[in-house]
Design a protein around this ligand. Sequence first.
Ligand code: PLP
Length: 345
Amino acid sequence: MAPFGARAREHTGGIIDLSQGTPVDATPEFIQQELKSAANSPGYPLTIGTPELRSAMRNWATNVLGASGEFDVLPTIGSKELVAWLPTILEAKTVLYPRIAYPTYLVGSMIHQSTNIAVDIDAKSWPKSDLAWINSPSNPTGRVHSESELEAVIGYAREHNTVIASDECYINFPATGPKPISILKVAAGSNKNLLAVHSMSKRSNLAGYRAGLIAGDPDLIAEIREVRKHAGMLTPLPIQRAMTAALGDEEHVAIQAARYANRRKALSSALIAAGFQIDFSNAGLYIWCTRNEDCWNSVSWLADIGILATPGVFYGEAGAQHIRIAMTATDAQIADAAARIMKSL
Ligand SMILES: Cc1ncc(COP(=O)(O)O)c(C=O)c1O
């Protein structure tokens, strides 16, 4: 990426970096205040979270995700950390992950030296495993699992007694097509072996705080909690306080979702005019598109007009003709990027 970044930086208007999914919009003020108010924090934080945070996580899982039946919750220090360490914590010998995916699923299986297998969406085609990752809405494709696809995943979990980790960190940002749904909603109260993995990073522009949570099968969460009591990765108390406030408010999430939807619209029409075909991209933070050429050619074309995009091959060989464009730039930068694309035609 470095040479393309250097070329993009030479553009007279400066670089517009759309290669990273790192939020740029401000952390809402009321969340910042909660963090500050907990600055005096001499004792160790609770692994399981404060009673207030536990109740906020439970309410959120019930009201927003649609979880029901018996389930438990646990705060995590970011969700990348959980993704990377889950195969180790669960001693998973075989790990499945999506063929086009966030690279940490693979890296987590490598840390534990698990056998790892890239799989397609349809769970009916999956081999037996100990842990299977799904990611809807997907990074990088923005694809959303349908209810029947999630039912097939739950069926697979029942048949093979496999743990399903459903990474749903972009669920708050629907765009076009079917609304993303949590695996816990589809499970309708039968949560055995199911874990929904969530992050506050994108939902609340909180990536710098490192905050996330898991919700699901109480036995599974008890197992993870016991390891975590000794392995650490405790969520710091000021972060727990900030999370509690953030989970209690959906208004700031709706405002952020509208920002991403507007940016998606502005960029999509310019990309289509430039001959790109947009695939999936039904939710989340990214536009996944192709000009049916090697992804590096598309990256190079955009670098010439000062825009940095990510080559799809970073997410698996199946992405070698796609690029991922993140909407994590200011409205002004996104408008500028769209204008640069249109001007170059
Ligand atoms: C699919 C997916 N899962 C997990 C994460 C990790 O997010 P965080 O560690 O900020 O919670 C990311 C970050 O980009 C992601 O794209």
